[in-house]
Each structure stands twice: as C-alpha cells, then as structure tokens.
Design a protein around this ligand. Structure first.
Ligand SMILES: Cc1cc2nc3c(=O)[nH]c(=O)nc-3n(C[C@H](O)[C@H](O)[C@H](O)COP(=O)(O)OP(=O)(O)OC[C@H]3O[C@@H](n4cnc5c(N)ncnc54)[C@H](O)[C@@H]3O)c2cc1C
Length: 327
C-alpha cells in the first residue's frame, strides 16, 4: 500500500495545531489513492507528544527518538527524513508551510531530484493525478501546478485545509535512525518570543492610516489625533514604518497586517498593490489624497481630493464636536 508521510512540528513539548490541517490534506489524498497516512514525530520524547494524534483518522504514528532531535535543525531532520523515505518510498511527503517546512522540504526534494509545490491552498484530481493550487502575486492569481511524477513533495498553507477527522486508532511504531555520521552545520540556541503588539489591528472597527504623504514623523500626530477623535486605531503604510515614524506592528499590507475594519481612512497613501492587499476588504474605505489619479481612489468608496493637512484637522474638529469617540 502507498504511504503518505506528514512531518509533525512541535514546540515547547506541544504538537502545533497547523499539523492537523496538513494531516487533513494528506487524508484527502489518501482516500483517492487508497494510501496510508503516517505522521512522523522527531523528538527526544515523541511518546509524550503523540497523545494529541492518538484518536485521529490516520494509519500510523512513527516515533523517532534521539536527544539531538529535541529541537529542529535542518541537518538532523533531513537525515532522519531521508532514511525513512529511502526505506518506505512514500508517494507523497507533506510539510506545513512554515519556517521548518520551507527549510527542510525543498532541500529534501532536491536531494531526491523530485518536484515540490509550496504553500498549497487547494487540491483537485484529474483521475489519480493531483493538481495543486497556490496563490501568487499577493493573492491576485491562483496558479495550478502538477508534479510530473511521484514522490510528490509539498508544503501546505496553514489553515488552508480542514483538520483531520477524529475517530481513528493509528498504530504507533518506532523508527531507528543513525545520526552518527551527520555533520550538524547549525546549532539550536533558543527561541525568542516576539513582543506582544501594542494593538491588534485585525480587531479594530475604525482605522485611520497615514502614508508617506504625511511628510515627516513630527506630522504623524494628525493621523493619531483623527483616530482618537473617531474612537479608532491608527495605522501606516510601509514607508512610514521603514522611516520609523510609527512602530512596525501598525503596518498594513502584504508584509504587514491584513485588516477589515468597518471604516478605513487612508490619508496620503497612494494605493500600491502591497498596501491594498492588506485593507481592500474593509467595509467602507475613505481616501484623502491630493493626487486625483492616485490608485487608492480605485478601491475607495469615498474619495477626497485635497491636502490632508487641511482636511484631517477639519475632520478632527467635526468628530470632536459630535463626540463620536464617546458614542
Ligand atoms: C515585497 C514588498 C512588500 C511591501 N509591503 C508593503 C506593505 O505591507 N504595506 C505597504 O503599505 N507597502 C508595502 N510595500 C511598499 C509599496 O510598494 C509602496 O511603496 C507603499 O505602499 C507606498 O506607500 P505610500 O502610499 O505611503 O507612499 P507613496 O506611494 O509615496 O504615496 C504617497 C501619497 O501621498 C500623497 N500625498 C502627498 N502629500 C499629500 C498631502 N499633503 N495630502 C494628501 N495626499 C498627499 C501623494 O499624492 C501620494 O499618492 C511593499 C513593497 C514590496 C516590494
């Protein structure tokens, strides 16, 4: 019977939730191919980790135990995976699209001279041949890709697939590996947890965002003042953040936050694709820009052509006189 291997990721002695979607993806393929799904756990203590998978509808949980596998290293993981793949010849090897998946996946695929498709967001079949979909150009297009022959190496989008079903009783197996001849080129030093953001823009109902049109850091208070007067949060385009006028966790766009507030007020923002991809799902978009041809007007529901330093103070006065922030 064909096998599908899924690499299980863990941190702080916990299996990470996105593995369940990767297993869900694998079970969709397994149904089509009548294959077995094997979840591979590499750890110094895999037994303690596998309980979360014990009732999932998969066929096998494979433990690989070694002190050096307590934390991820490319060389350690590659060595184990290569040994398992050589012995079992799986039809497909599945990684989550994470910093681990995109590190080890392409490296392994290259070493087997096999094809890889990354960040898969949807799956279809032509007969038994899989067709993988992935978003490109900041989500503007969907690319459909086939790999010419198995084994298929893939990384799957986090949250892109339903979790694997409950109601199974997978067999637990151990797989012995030799890591004696492995040259470890990197050493795990530690994990630094990112500081909690001062604001969670994804939850904001009203966002006032300022762009390069604000001119300089000292001017940015007009954007903050309007946000406060409206009872909302302030945000920024990337140049504003790169210039250190505001903190990075307030950047909206493809390399910042994706937001969908009830009201998004863009002030002095031109409307580059990378900015739009982070805010175009807002309910109502108001743009203030002195250039009537600025692309932001293409997505705005209301556009004000003019100088933000005249318009924003007038809006602040109006909002204050109506007591909007306190409603
Ligand atoms: C890989 C990559 C990722 C990126 N990620 C992001 C991202 O996450 N978020 C992001 O925002 N950008 C991102 N960018 C940058 C993006 O391409 C644009 O350069 C950026 O969005 C432009 O920011 P802006 O609109 O503030 O500045 P500009 O494009 O310089 O626009 C300034 C606007 O202000 C107007 N203006 C000037 N003065 C006034 C005034 N007094 N009153 C009214 N209007 C005025 C001008 O007419 C102009 O339209 C990314 C780029 C790359 C390559």
């Amino acid at each position: 019977m064909d096998k599908i291997l899924v690499l299980i990721e863990h941190r702080d002695a916990q299996i990470l939730d996105h593995n369940l979607g990767a297993l869900g993806f694998a079970t969709q393929c397994a149904r089509r191919w009548n294959a077995d799904v094997c979840a591979l756990i590499l750890s110094n203590n895999p037994l303690a980790l596998s309980s979360k998978l014990a009732s999932k509808k998969i066929n096998e949980i494979v433990h690989v135990q070694h002190e050096i596998l307590k934390n991820y290293t490319l060389d350690g993981y590659t060595a184990v995976l290569r040994q398992w793949i050589e012995k079992n010849s799986p039809k497909m090897v599945v990684f989550s699209h994470t910093s681990i998946g995109w590190d080890v996946g392409p490296s392994l695929a290259a070493s087997f001279q096999a094809g890889i498709v990354t960040d898969i967001s949807a799956l279809a079949f032509e007969g038994s041949e899989p067709i993988f979909s992935r978003q490109v150009y900041n989500g503007k297009l969907v690319e459909k890709v086939k790999i010419k022959k198995a084994p298929y190496f893939v990384t799957v989008e986090r949250g892109g697939f339903a979790s694997v079903e409950e109601g199974g009783a997978p067999q637990v197996q151990s797989f012995d590996v030799s890591l004696d001849n492995v040259q470890f080129r990197t050493e795990f030093i530690g994990v630094e947890v990112a500081q909690k953001a001062a604001v969670d823009l994804a939850k904001s109902n009203i966002i006032v965002a300022g762009g390069r049109g604000v001119g300089k850091k000292e001017n940015f208070h007009v954007i903050e003042d309007l946000a406060h007067a409206l009872g909302g949060d302030f945000a920024a385009s990337r140049p504003v953040v790169d210039n250190e006028w505001v903190e990075r966790d307030r950047q909206v766009g493809s390399s910042g936050k994706t937001v969908a507030p009830k009201l998004y007020l863009a002030c002095g923002i031109s409307g580059a694709i990378q900015h739009l991809s982070g805010m175009k799902k807002s309910n109502v978009i108001v743009a203030i820009n002195k250039d009537p041809h600025a692309p932001i007007f293409g997505v705005a529901h209301f556009g004000i052509v003019g100088d933000l330093f005249e318009i924003v103070p007038a809006l602040i006065e109006e909002a204050k006189s109506q007591g909007i922030a306190h409603r």
